[in-house]
Ligand binder design. Structure first.
Ligand code: OOG
Ligand code: NI
Length: 425
């Protein structure tokens, strides 16, 4: 569906597959250290944006039917240079075997109309009225979702129906867009208009995973596709890949119909949807993450006014000073998560791949479709939202990514200890 709606996505998939095949040809088994080529080829994340806690809770039921649960809390309103009026979580499988079968995550954002930095009380009221009237997901879909989750699956015909209704809910609607309402919201924030300016939701992007994101970036530019200025996240360097590196191409113009203030219908276009690609590295512990956040801040500080190439060089220097250049030292210093397995008398460490997102990259990715900066009143306080609030809105547990990685690592250690007839300390 998404490839039909956004043909450039199909190009991105083609180039991703070429890049991955070349890396495997070049590096052999080493290329698969952070995931089998089968998994990496199938792997995607998507992004969906909704307007209300009720819509978020409904999405949680639909993803729950597919074994995908909310993990992590991201506040994109805080990103210094690129704030967007949303708070987010990501739906994904939470155990390693499930992830191997279904390597799919959906970054899911909810609009925050109560945030005074973006919305006046009057606009908040009209926005909430508009959102309160729309129905994104048909009751039949939600009923099937609940049954799937309760029973651990659906019969063939019901499963087909569930997929049909779910897919249709995320299709770009042909309904005319109210021009005046959309424009009013867009003056505040393009993301607010994308979410609250229309009566439906849609896939915002789908993101394949590549094994060499620098190569992909260069190949897309060679094809004449304009990418955003930077690859977000850590620089390319000789040490281990950690967390997440992401980049995207700019949102493309898509034809849409508009209802004008005089009641007439006109053809026009919107730039909302784009293509993103990512490379994944090792999950960092809280201690490793603190090191990462400090390194990002230091690289930023030293990069002001520099070109994209110079920024990468600067970040690389900062990284060399901050991060160990081997997995073994990452493990020894408790900076990253590993699983362990017994190999004869030896214990072998294998990196745990980072399955989540980074608020700063996410804010940067949101900018891919912000053609114009909206207006934001920085003298105002933001409304308080946190992980507990999100769990309440979703009416289910919100998993902490650090805890999930730590549990996986500890479980593997217990198994090794059992095989060696000792108990771990
Ligand atoms: C989500 C942006 C965040 C990522 O990969 O960090 C994201 C959006 O644009 O709705 O997808
Ligand atoms: Ni994304």
């Amino acid at each position: 569906m998404y490839g039909t709606e956004v043909p450039a996505y199909t190009t991105l998939l083609d180039v991703s597959h070429q890049v991955n095949a070349d890396v495997v040809a070049r590096l052999g088994a080493d290329a698969e250290r952070l995931g089998s080529i089968g998994r990496v080829t199938a792997e995607r994340h998507g992004a969906i944006r909704v307007g209300t806690p009720r819509e978020m809770a409904q999405l949680a039921r639909i993803f729950g039917a597919m074994g995908m649960y909310p993990v992590g809390f991201y506040d994109l309103r805080e990103a210094a240079s690129s704030a967007v009026p949303v708070i987010s979580t990501a739906f994904r499988p939470i155990d390693a075997e499930e992830l191997a079968l279904n390597p799919f995550r959906v970054f899911t954002s909810m609009l925050a109309p109560s945030d005074r930095r973006f919305f006046s009380p009057d606009l908040q009221r009209r926005l909430e009225t508009f959102l309160g009237k729309r129905e994104l997901f048909p009751p039949e879909l939600l009923r099937l979702a609940d049954r799937a989750e309760a029973d651990g699956g659906l019969s063939g015909a019901d499963a087909e129906r569930f997929l049909e209704l779910a897919t249709a809910s995320f299709e770009l609607s042909a309904e005319p867009v109210d021009r005046a309402w959309y424009d009013e919201l867009e003056a505040v924030s393009a993301v607010a208009a994308d979410i609250g300016g229309v009566t439906t939701t849609h896939i915002n992007h789908l993101t394949p995973r590549v094994l060499d994101i620098d190569d992909l970036y260069a190949r897309m530019e060679q094809r004449g596709i304009r990418m955003i200025d930077d690859i977000q996240g850590p620089p390319r360097w000789e040490g281990p890949d950690v967390l997440l590196r992401q980049t995207s191409f700019r949102a493309l113009e898509e034809p849409r119909t508009f209802r004008m203030p005089d009641g007439s219908v006109e053809m026009g276009s919107l730039r909302v949807r784009f293509g993103e690609v990512e490379a994944r590295g090792i999950a960092l512990t809280r201690k490793g993450r603190a090191l990462y956040d400090d390194a990002v801040a230091a690289a930023d500080e030293r990069s002001r006014g520099l070109s994209a190439a110079e920024r990468q060089d600067t970040a690389r220097e900062v990284w060399r000073r901050a991060f160990p250049t081997s997995e073994a030292v990452l493990a020894a210093q408790g900076l990253a998560y590993f699983t362990y397995r017994a190999d004869g008398e030896d214990v072998v460490a294998e990196p745990i791949v980072y399955e989540d997102f980074l608020p700063r990259s996410a804010a940067g990715i949101f900018q891919s479709n912000l053609t114009a900066e909206g207006s934001k009143d920085t003298s105002q306080e933001g409304a308080a939202f946190d992980a507990d609030w999100m769990a309440g809105a979703l009416e289910r547990d919100l998993h902490d990514p650090f805890e999930l990685y730590a549990r996986q690592s500890e479980a593997s250690l217990r198994e090794v200890a059992q095989q060696h007839g000792t108990t771990p300390d």
